[in-house]
Ligand binder design. Sequence first.
Ligand code: DGL
Length: 267
Amino acid sequence: MTISKNNSPIGFFDSGVGGLTVLKEVKKLLPNEDFIYFGDTLHVPYGDKTKEQLLLYSQNILKFFEEKGCKAVVMACNTTSSTIYEDIKDTYNFKLYPVVQSVAKILARIDIKRLGIFATKATINSRAYEKEISKYNDEMQVFGQYCPQWVNIVENNLTSTSESIKIIKSDLDKMLKNTPQKIVLGCTHYPYLMPILTKFAPKDLFIDPAKHLALFVKDDLEKSGLIKDNNTENFEDFYVSSGPDKFKKSAKTFYEIKDSVKIISFG
Ligand code: DGL
């Protein structure tokens, strides 16, 4: 039996639990779709890896989604979107949605002059946000800052320790010296830290690109005739490359995973 492409699943990947912040938003807009999520927990954090490593990890993951017959894959990771997306974007026969490139136009249209970006070291060093935003708006000043410990805080479920709060406050204070009018959470792990960030700054200072990315994905799938038929059952599957129980536990504040998380390695 051949399955029509529009009824095929949508893949998501990230280094760990971060991409669940994107899956959650996409699911709100497209509740009828099937989802396959992969968290590369064996290699987290991605932000400290070389471009060669990130390319290899991403190629293995995208091959896995190809074998699963996905109609689309959301690169729910700013780090791979910033560093290796351009190298692989024409390689696959499914739709590929990188977070940075998919939301840059929307960010560029916000009526402000000073935009902060919190992201990983690899994302900041790539200057991908600056480059993408300047395609649509060359008057916006972008202040990138990397937050070396934030991903580990989220992955290790340390969001309520006083040490974590101290680290996050200190990084935020440093950013606030640039007097940004908005700050993009340019790593999909960072929305987990909103309860801490909003202790020290107003909620509307922060932009989580996930909502914008979700709208972009929905709109593009609709235009491409790739929305799933309504009268079919749906599923969501979760895979990691290491520590499925830890993944489920760390995910919990953002995403309740009901079924078991499967472990898979790419040799
Ligand atoms: N959540 C990813 C991102 O958006 C990766 C973070 C990491 O593993 O360093 O960049």
